[in-house]
Design a protein. Structure first.
Length: 414
């Protein structure tokens, strides 16, 4: 029997036990995980340095290195994320939508774990912690398959988290890492229907498309972030500048970073020189449509490919649009349905934007960088789902559960 099937069997067995463990016990285990991360910071950093060194030798971009790199502050953040998850209300066992039928049957929906969750992700070691904490809190076993770029970091983190699992007498199959990072192994994991209940990919567009195309296990599709900001003709331009700079430069490698800027033609001549200068000061390469290049000659002419691309880097594309309707039309055509924002003083325009933009998170006068499980108060997140099934947006605890109907009677027969 190969490694995947063995891990699948262990996970299935662990999930059966985890589903009946009380909240206090799960909370204790997750807090111990957080404590162990801090205690073993140096061990994690040494492993991470091996991954970073290898990535540098391969010519990995600075923004991708930023995703990969850990330091003591980031490990503290990972530990704090686990503690936040530990202290959130446990959704498991919650009964909702209870109603009574004319025949006396009392019917309700009870929230239960999904079972075994498989997660395929790229060079983000913090995802390892987020995934384990959220899955354990919701009574799910998890099988992790990270990318080769972060294999040393992931092995160190899973080893430490597994020690906390063992020290709280939870089943060892609760957390498992697939250490074989070959593509063939990932493809096999995608077809492990006998043991995995749901598969969640988290990474770039190539990874997500590969999982959606090849998986026979049900998939919750997380999305890439081709996010837009529209600067309306009636707005506070200083506010717009602050929002755009934050959304683009606070962390360009994040999926909620702004990649495109749409500017109403009535404020373009006033706003564009200011925002381009501010972006250039932050090291951002600015591309634009023909009208943008006429107004600011330092802007590079954008291609059709630019409007569809998620840069994850210090690059942004700007387009001058006639009005809000053209902005909405452009967004709905090119967006990855992640996060979009309008900067405006016009209430009707704000409401039209909220109503007609078909994305997961739609903002009025705020940065797109807030699309995040922690910022939304969910604790950590497993990813941002851009599909339209039961999970949409930042996926916290409830999105890692399902329901079963519980029916109570007093002898009814049909």
């Amino acid at each position: 029997m190969n490694e995947l099937k063995i891990k699948g069997q262990q996970a299935k067995k662990a999930a059966y036990i985890l589903g009946s463990i009380n909240s206090e016990y799960k909370q204790k285990a997750i807090i111990k995980m957080a404590d162990y991360l801090i205690q073993h910071t140096e061990e994690i950093l040494q492993a991470n340095q091996l991954d970073v060194k290898s990535a540098i030798e391969k010519g990995t971009s600075k923004t991708m290195l930023d995703r990969l790199m850990l330091n003591s502050d980031r490990i503290k953040d990972m530990a704090n994320g686990l503690r936040q998850v530990a202290n959130l209300q446990d959704p498991i066992g919650e009964i909702q939508n209870s109603f009574k039928r004319p025949n006396g049957l009392q019917i309700g929906q009870q929230r239960v774990p999904l079972g075994v969750i498989g997660i395929i992700y790229e060079a983000r070691p913090n995802v390892t912690c987020d995934a384990v904490g959220l899955c354990l809190k919701t009574g799910n076993a998890v099988i992790l398959r990270g990318g080769s770029e972060a294999i040393h970091s992931n092995k160190a983190i899973v080893h430490i988290l597994s020690k906390a699992i063992a020290d709280t007498n939870l089943p060892l199959g609760s957390i498992q890492l697939i250490e074989d990072t070959r593509r063939e192994t990932a493809l096999s994991l995608m077809k492990l229907n006998e043991y995995i209940d749901v598969l969640i990919p988290r990474g770039g567009v190539g990874l997500i498309k590969a999982v959606v195309k090849n998986a026979t296990v049900p998939v919750i599709e997380t999305g890439t972030g081709n996010c837009h900001i529209y600067v309306d003709e009636v707005c506070d331009l200083n506010m717009a500048k602050s929002i755009v700079v934050n959304a683009k430069t606070s962390r360009p490698s994040a999926c909620n970073a702004a990649e495109k800027l749409l500017v109403n033609e009535n404020v373009a001549k006033e706003f564009l020189p200011t925002i381009v200068e501010a972006l250039h000061e932050k090291g951002v390469e600015v591309r634009g449509n023909e009208m943008v290049t006429r107004i600011v000659d330092s802007v590079i002419l954008a291609s059709e490919e630019d409007w569809e691309k998620e840069y994850l880097d210090y690059v942004i594309a700007i387009k001058v649009v006639k009005d809000i309707d053209e902005a909405i039309s452009h967004i709905n055509r090119y967006s990855s349905s992640h996060s979009e924002a309008i900067v405006t003083k016009d209430y009707d325009h704000a409401q039209r934007f909220l109503k007609h933009v078909n994305s997961v998170a739609v903002y009025v006068n705020a940065s797109t960088r807030f699309t995040d499980g922690e910022e939304f108060g969910f604790g950590a997140e497993i990813g941002i789902s851009t599909q339209k099934l039961h999970a949409r947006g930042p996926m916290g605890l409830k999105e890692l559960t399902t329901i079963k109907y519980i029916i109570q009677g007093n002898g009814q027969i049909r």
